[in-house]
Write a protein that binds this ligand. Structure first.
Ligand SMILES: *[C@@H]1O[C@H](CO)[C@@H](O)[C@H](O)[C@H]1NC(C)=O
Ligand SMILES: *[C@@H]1O[C@H](CO)[C@@H](O)[C@H](O)[C@H]1NC(C)=O
Ligand SMILES: *[C@@H]1O[C@H](CO)[C@@H](O)[C@H](O)[C@H]1NC(C)=O
Length: 276
């Protein structure tokens, strides 16, 4: 071995020792101590042997940092100096694995919940949150028409809501109400409801369909009936009733509906609210 090579080897030794010290927390104190011992030994091999060790350390380093190994979490209450050799890698890994499994378990539970086959009755009871008495506006919720003016010409039951309405009339003490312009509109609405058979199932009878002349009148009906839930499209009615009615459902097609109280839910349709 010539003197140049010896100087080079000594300088490399210093660099490797310092690298080993810096990486001690990663590869473990025992292993790094062994490397320090080997390189501090004056009799330790030639330049070639040093190069070999360097390669070994580089591969060990790469392996430790390899991205396909599970992410390692630093143990917060253990200072790095108390890292006791390679054995310390085990507890931190066993800390990681249960975490991954728990996350998967949660996902599985979530997926099961999402796809669980609840009956409509179960969904309705769950959403009503214990509520038994329900009042509901007709226009824009159970009828295709959106204004009392339209009811002077026709009344069309919204068939997509029939299943939910039948379930509500079985499950709850349900009252329907609407503001109308005249008696003919009332008859049109009752005929539309009768035609789809809503008075045949559940507890809904013609006497529980109430008509009034103004939006204020509808608010008064609701306050007199004191339902657990009121369902309405008019934001003014909903906000006026907030103080008196435990839960309300505001049916609104507006994407950003106005900020309502915490006890007011919003949905684009009744059937969508009672879906899962
Ligand atoms: C859910 O239940 C209904 C009736 O009980 C059945 O017709 C339907 O296929 C079920 N769906 C799933 C995804 O299991
Ligand atoms: C809402 O409340 C205000 C003030 O109490 C009242 O003037 C208004 O007529 C009410 N409107 C409806 C639709 O209930
Ligand atoms: C509904 O919530 C509002 C505020 O979020 C509250 O002021 C009101 O008293 C609540 N109504 C009922 C009946 O609990």
């Amino acid at each position: 071995m010539n003197s140049d090579a010896t100087v080079m080897a000594q300088s490399m030794t210093e660099q490797i020792v310092s690298l080993a010290r810096r990486t001690s927390s990663l590869i473990g104190r025992k292993l790094s101590s062994a490397i320090v011992l080997v390189f501090n030994n004056k009799n330790a091999g030639s330049f070639g042997a040093l190069a070999g060790f360097t390669l070994a350390i580089v591969f060990a380093w790469k392996f430790m940092r390899s991205p396909d190994r599970p992410p390692r979490r630093r143990r917060r209450n253990t200072p790095p100096t108390s890292n006791n050799g390679l054995a310390s890698v085990e507890p931190s890994n066993s800390e990681v694995y249960p975490q991954l499994l728990n996350a998967k378990d949660l996902d599985a539970i979530q997926a099961f919940d999402d796809h669980a086959n609840f009956t409509l009755g179960q969904v309705v009871r769950k959403k009503l949150n214990g509520g038994r008495k329900v009042t509901c506006q007709l226009l824009g919720i159970l009828l295709e028409e959106k204004s009392s003016i339209e009811l002077q010409a026709h009344a069309t039951f919204k068939l997509s809501v029939l299943e939910v309405l039948s379930e509500l009339s079985r499950t709850c003490d349900l009252y329907l109400m609407e503001t109308v312009e005249d008696d003919e509109s009332e008859e049109r609405v009752l005929a539309a409801l009768q035609d789809v058979g809503v008075f045949k199932t559940g507890g809904l009878v013609r006497e529980k369909v109430l008509f009034c002349g103004t939006e204020n009148g509808r608010s008064s009906f609701v306050r007199q009936l004191e339902p657990d839930w009121h369902i309405d499209t008019n934001p003014v009615v909903v906000s006026n009733l907030t103080r008196f009615i435990r839960y309300q459902l505001h049916i609104s097609s507006a994407v950003t509906s106005s900020v309502m109280a915490s006890n007011v839910s919003t949905s684009s349709s009744l059937e969508k609210f009672f879906s899962f």
